[in-house]
Write a protein that binds this ligand. Structure first.
Ligand code: IGP
Length: 347
């Protein structure tokens, strides 16, 4: 028990005034987590776990409340079920969980395995040490796996991209953290967004250590408490979070979370990968007022192929667009930026 508390003290990213107030135990009585109260938070923030590594806030809540992670997520309308996460004893391994229900669920199940393996290879302490390096601002852009990431990043930057998005998911997008690191080390000045499926704070520290300035947090995957916790982690290491939504329910949830500055509206459903170019405008028509009042910035993501597409979402009030496919599939992806905006962006 004592060593658990020391471990918690050795990892105080939320606030220097954090102090452990309770030790949470699992059904077998083993120490699972330390609950910390953060002095400047409105409510106590739960975090940290012992043993194999760290748990996310939602998992700690799970042990406290007796509810399964999937039950908590489902109550928030999240349809993606988690598979490998430490389960509450009340949650059996149902036969229905043998087969993913859609593309996003498949990606997340693969991500759980990948993160567990990566975590074992690079323990948090080491990642965090190398994580306290750079600062940046919000980002956009995209890099496709079949092109030289460094070359294309420079082409984007030369042609006026405000930021660069680098996919790091290997299995489903053929991206990599090596790509991210190579671009960072190649001398680009643009901020870099690590584009991945974050399910664990470990990934945020890891992205930072590889040179990312921002990470994507997907509301279709992360329950509210995880988003809140991850936003605090981002702030504590000088990173920006782009919080992505696809539908009204997700946007409603995200608008209630303090500290979200950057919302991405994905025109593509990650469950089906279908694109509805009108999605950004539809959501902004309904919620634009509150977004403006809260001074949040909106990025329209995916499926933008023509200057008309871009003008359409710009009229809806977005401050940025995130474009991948329509640039990387053209012979000169850098010049394709000018084509998409109907003008040269180079100053
Ligand atoms: O290639 P497109 O349609 O221009 O989309 C880019 C980007 O928006 C898309 O890749 C994306 C948006 N959100 C994501 C989440 C994970 C992986 C990828 C994405």
């Amino acid at each position: 028990m004592e060593s658990s508390i020391i471990l918690a003290a050795a990892f105080p990213p939320l606030s220097s005034s954090s102090h452990p107030v309770a030790l949470l135990t699992d059904a077998a009585g083993a120490a699972r987590a330390v609950r910390c109260r953060v002095a400047d938070a409105e409510r106590p923030v739960m975090c940290y776990a012992m043993g194999e590594g760290m748990f996310n806030a939602e998992e700690v809540f799970q042990w406290e409340s007796g509810k399964s992670v999937n039950a908590i997520a489902a109550a928030q309308g999240i349809r993606v079920r988690r598979r490998c996460r430490p389960r509450h004893p009340s949650e059996g391994i149902g036969a229905d969980r043998a087969v993913p229900r859609n593309i996003l669920e498949q990606i997340i199940w693969d991500k759980e395995v990948e993160v567990a393996q990566r975590k074992a290879r690079a323990p948090l302490q080491r990642v965090r040490e190398s994580a306290e390096v750079k600062k940046a601002s919000p980002t956009k852009g995209l890099l496709r796996e079949h092109l030289d990431p460094v070359e294309i990043a420079h082409a984007y930057e030369r042609n006026g991209a405000a930021c660069l998005s680098i996919l790091t998911d290997e299995k489903h997008f053929l991206g990599s953290f090596e790509d991210l690191e190579a671009v960072r080390n190649s001398g680009v000045n643009c901020p870099l967004l690590c584009k991945d499926f974050v399910i664990d704070v470990w990934q945020i520290y890891y992205a930072r250590s590889k040179g990312a300035d921002a990470v994507l947090l997907i509301a279709a995957v992360l329950p509210d408490l995880d988003i809140k916790y991850m936003l605090r982690v981002c702030t504590s290491i000088g990173m920006t979070a782009l919080v992505e939504v696809h539908n009204e329910r997700e946007l409603d949830r995200v608008l209630k979370i303090d500290g979200v500055q950057l919302i991405g509206i994905n025109n593509r459903s990650l469950e089906t990968f279908e694109v509805d170019a009108a999605n950004t405008n539809m959501l902004l028509e309904k919620h634009g007022d509150i977004i403006r009042k809260k001074r949040m910035q909106v990025v329209s993501e995916s499926g933008l192929f023509t200057p008309d597409n871009v003008a359409y979402v710009q009229n809806a009030g977005v401050s940025a667009v995130l474009v991948g496919e329509s640039l990387v599939t053209q012979e000169d992806p850098g010049r394709a930026i000018a084509g998409l905006f109907g003008k040269e962006l180079v100053h």
